[in-house]
Design a protein around this ligand. Structure first.
Ligand code: NAD
Length: 462
């Protein structure tokens, strides 16, 4: 990476990495522990920041941000030694005597660009993986969650090794300027449109990258399940963070025989969770900013909501809203909703439902409620998505041993647990040989008996 006067921090990070400090197990461990201390000691400040950004409750912040991150750190600390161990491989006879192994090496200086919807999690979960893999890192939080961005910038500077990890705050212009620099890896979470720009910036320096993007995640509800349980789970997953979750169910495909039951159970669940007026609920967050608020209002216009539909521009409030009678051709089905509007579409046959989800171009998640193992197997086999969760939602992203990432339009690459360690490291192969024997057959000229002999050895002993 060239030194750039706009970002003098990058020169410091390069020096640290070149000195090999971040490769040591002890450095990685100490930084993970320091990050854990930041999350524990600054829990209140973090919760306040998320409240100021979204009106998100302290409890939801623990469940979806700090609690998850602390678990990810504990998991990494437990597994780190085994992840760092080189893998010995057996060496074919023809290359004997020799020893071979490959190890996972850090890339160097990595750039982590976060989205605003889980502003702490989407910066720190990749950072945990980057540290575990022994990298220096620049974290660029989203400018739209400005209070959380501030807490990150102040807190990480105080708790972590500043010569190896730094936070650079800013919006589009600052991120574009950062992308002019040469990084050794880029990890981007955000929209498909910006993902394209990040990928072309990475291409200029041939920098490898991961794109964690969005999409329309379908949720199929078949007729043979306990509809009350399915409704409660769908309502919880959709309206958590006021629908601003990349893996929230974007829309529901329900079997026509259970549509009415599902709709009334979902309305009941909304009242159970958020009361008669969710505007007053301490557990129901707000839309992040005016632009997104107006985008959602526009999506809503033209619909007579089956439930909800109220908005308040003073507070950027959009009520938990269910839309009935939506078709796959409707405008609302053309892009990711990313807010608390839930279209419900009926199907008659599971093939119709599969046909519907194929239009969604490889979503980040696919959900299915069905008690029939045959249907479960068929839906998983005949669809594509970054992840699948059957008879529940969201938890596929909470399990540290399950890789989390997209495919096609929802991105590429994965992280969480070992998948994150692998993402932020490359495999380096090492072969150690002895100087002897040194047979003539391996060297030219290859004609005559020498090549016949070499051919035999290569054929039989490779
Ligand atoms: P965004 O693409 O607008 O912004 C993401 C980041 O890119 C921000 O840090 C922003 O400052 C920066 N940025 C914005 N415009 C840029 C530009 N022109 N050049 C360079 N950088 C730029 O995304 P967002 O609105 O913050 O997040 C919402 C999207 O992210 C949704 O599509 C959602 O599904 C997706 N998302 C995906 C995941 C996942 O894990 N796959 C998680 C959360 C959100």
């Amino acid at each position: 990476m060239q030194k750039n006067q706009d970002f003098p921090e990058l020169g410091v990070l390069r020096q640290t990495f070149d000195r090999g400090i971040t490769r040591h197990f002890s450095w990685r461990r100490s930084q993970l522990l320091a990050l854990e201390a930041f999350l524990i000691e600054r829990e209140e400040a973090i919760a306040e920041a998320l409240y100021d950004d979204f009106r998100k409750s302290q409890e939801e912040t623990f469940l979806t941000e700090t609690g998850y991150l602390r678990g990810e750190i504990r998991f990494a600390l437990k597994q780190l030694k085994s992840w760092m161990k080189p893998h010995r491989v057996s060496i074919p006879l023809i290359y004997q005597p020799g020893k071979g192994y490959f190890s996972r090496e850090p890339y160097g200086i990595v750039l982590i660009i976060g989205a605003w919807n889980y502003p702490l999690n989407l910066c720190l979960a990749p950072l945990i993986s980057a540290i575990a893999a022994g990298n220096c890192a620049v974290v660029k939080p989203s400018e739209h969650a400005r209070h959380t961005s501030k807490v990150l910038a102040e807190g990480l500077g105080r708790y972590l090794d500043q010569s190896a990890i730094c936070v650079i705050e800013g919006g589009v212009e600052e991120t574009k300027a950062l992308l002019e620099e040469r990084f050794d890896y880029i990890f981007f979470t955000g929209s498909q449109a910006v993902g394209r720009e990040v990928m072309s910036a990475a291409a200029r320096h041939l920098t490898p990258l991961t794109l964690e993007l969005g999409g329309k995640c379908p949720c199929i509800v078949d007729a043979d399940v306990d509809i009350r349980v399915a409704a409660r789970r769908i309502v919880w997953a959709k309206f958590l963070n006021a629908g601003q979750t990349c893996i929230a169910p974007d829309y529901v495909l329900v079997h026509k025989d259970v549509e009415n039951e599902l709709l009334s159970c979902m309305r009941g669940a909304i009242i159970d969770f958020y009361g008669d007026d969710p505007l007053l609920s301490p557990d129901y967050p707000r839309i992040i900013n005016e632009n997104h608020f107006h985008r959602l209002e526009n999506l809503l216009s033209g619909f007579l909501p089956w439930s909800g539909g109220r908005t308040d521009p003073q507070e950027y409030y959009v009520a938990p809203t269910i839309l009935q009678g939506v078709t796959l051709e409707a405008e609302i089905m053309k892009s990711e909703i990313f807010g608390p509007l839930l279209p419900v579409i009926i199907y008659e046959d599971i093939d119709d439902a599969l046909e519907g989800i194929h239009r969604g171009r490889n979503p980040l998640a696919l959900y299915l409620f069905s008690s029939d193992p045959g249907v479960q197997e068929r839906v998983v086999r005949q669809s594509r998505s970054g992840g699948v969760c059957i008879n529940d939602l969201l938890f596929q992203a909470s399990i540290h041993r399950l890789p989390f990432g997209g495919i096609g339009g929802s991105g590429f690459g994965a992280y969480h647990g070992r998948a994150g360690f692998n993402t932020f490291s490359f495999q380096r192969s090492v072969l150690k040989r002895s100087l002897y024997p040194d047979p003539d057959q391996r060297y030219p000229p290859y004609r005559g008996w020498k090549f016949a002999c070499l051919r035999r050895i290569v054929t039989f002993f490779h």
